[in-house]
Write a protein that binds this ligand. Structure first.
Ligand SMILES: [Zn+2]
Length: 433
């Protein structure tokens, strides 16, 4: 098959050439940082002279940047901390994070930073085969979330038609998708499944709709095989994963090779994989936390930023021909999300895969109780038909036994009683004793 690229020349560069490109961008960034108080201080404390940074390796002495550090910086020096490189008048875009794990982070972009966003989204769309003939529906709330706005701006950037689905009920969104002939859906994986569930109840046929591509982020779901399969079956489309964060950008994208790995956009970022406990780099191909340096957002950059996302770098080349590295199974979970159940290390994405493999389960919730240093799992499930609960419960218990050699508790939830999510789903709840 013919693979699509956003910038084929850059995406297929020899590794040495790519490193030179990154280092050139890094040197330009370091010059700008002279006026960034936060990083000027951080570099000074690490004994690094910005002008001496010629290659990425020269930054290795710089301590990582953490989200807590950024939040604390904005708390101490409201509203933006000392994180801005330029005078406020140079910035054109304000966004903030949802603040689900603490205070929202406020993030500003200049026009040049925004163009980086557009290139990143251009890579997401083109690698999924989206062209100027496509109509892209953004099924989200907008508000101050940068990913929602950049998803639409990115679609326009590659010449596609962008349909913003903000301020609509789910039913209105479904009608718009069907009536307008949208060919691409952008949403969280959970919300794509919720729309499919609702379409089923309303007798709407999504499989015969014009939607041929679905693109997801916000949760690891689209790279979880059982979730991906479910979305593809419900929509009659190919499902693509990607990853991003407000303070970083849209840093990874799926490609048409559909190999189960997603590419890191090394044209715009530098990546490292570290052991989340020790902070040391992991061995080639080993699992670890992803650390990112933004090369193209000089207005509010992050250097050696700990994303908290666990990844495992693929070592074999991708059939699409890109030399940009790729991570197997997308985001495997959050470094701080690992569950320890009776001595077994479990990531939520692995649990999701098992649960989503049972088509009878419509929605679910997992309660985690820590007892004597071990996590106990209680899973509440909603089934398509209430009378199928017992059978589904048995299948789920067997699946947990077979996959993880684990006993879990499975309880029944009344139809429609569990929350449905439009933004990041929160199906895992920790109950403290
Ligand atoms: Zn590829």
């Amino acid at each position: 098959m013919e693979f699509h690229f956003y910038n084929r020349a850059v995406e297929t560069l020899e590794r040495e050439e790519l490193r030179r490109l990154q280092d050139g961008k890094l040197r330009a960034l370091m010059q700008e940082l002279e006026t960034n108080r936060f990083y000027r201080e951080k570099l000074r404390r690490a004994g690094i002279d910005g002008e001496q940074v010629r290659r990425y390796e020269d930054l290795r002495a710089l301590p990582y940047t953490t989200k807590n550090e950024l939040v604390e910086e904005q708390r101490l020096h409201p509203p933006y901390g000392n994180l801005l490189t330029y005078h406020l008048s140079r910035y054109c875009y304000f966004h903030q994070t949802s603040g689900t794990t603490g205070s929202p982070l406020k993030w500003l972009d200049t026009e040049e930073d925004w163009e980086t966003w557009l290139r990143c989204w251009g890579a997401v769309y083109r690698a999924a085969g989206v062209t100027e003939d496509d109509m892209v529906f953004g099924a989200f709330s907008f508000g101050p979330y940068v990913s929602h706005w950049t998803a639409m701006a990115g679609a326009r950037h590659i010449g596609a038609l962008a349909l913003p689905g903000g301020g609509m009920s789910s039913e209105q969104r479904l009608r718009t998708i069907l009536d307008s002939g949208c060919t691409v859906l952008v949403s969280t994986p959970t919300y794509a499944l919720y729309l499919a569930e609702m379409a089923g109840q309303r007798g709407m046929d999504l499989r015969s709709s014009a939607v041929r591509i679905t693109i997801h982020a916000g949760e690891p779901g689209a790279s979880v095989p059982a979730v991906k399969r479910r979305i593809e079956e419900a929509w009659g489309a190919t499902c693509y994963d990607h990853a991003g964060a407000t303070e970083v950008g849209a840093w990874a994208f799926d490609c048409e090779a559909q190999s189960g790995a997603i590419h890191l956009n090394e044209a715009e970022f530098v990546f490292e994989v570290i052991d989340p406990q020790t902070g040391e780099p992991v061995a080639e191909g080993a699992r670890g936390e992803l650390v990112v340096t933004t090369l193209g957002r000089a207005g509010m950059p992050v250097l050696r930023y700990r994303t908290g996302d666990l990844v495992e770098m693929a070592t074999e080349p991708c059939p699409c021909g890109r030399t940009l590295r790729h991570v197997k199974g997308g985001l495997l979970g959050r470094a701080d999300d690992m569950l320890i159940v009776r001595g077994v290390n479990l990531y939520p994405s692995a649990v999701d895969h098992v649960i989503r493999s049972l088509p009878e389960i419509v929605e679910y919730e997992v309660e985690i109780r820590r007892v004597n240093g071990s996590d106990d799992l209680r899973i509440r499930i909603e089934t398509v038909e209430e009378q199928h609960f017992e059978r589904t419960r048995r299948l789920l218990l067997e699946a947990f036994q077979a996959q993880f050699n684990l006993r879990v508790q499975v309880e029944k939830a009344a139809p429609g009683s569990l929350p449905r999510y439009e933004l990041k789903a929160r199906r895992y709840r920790r109950i403290s004793e």
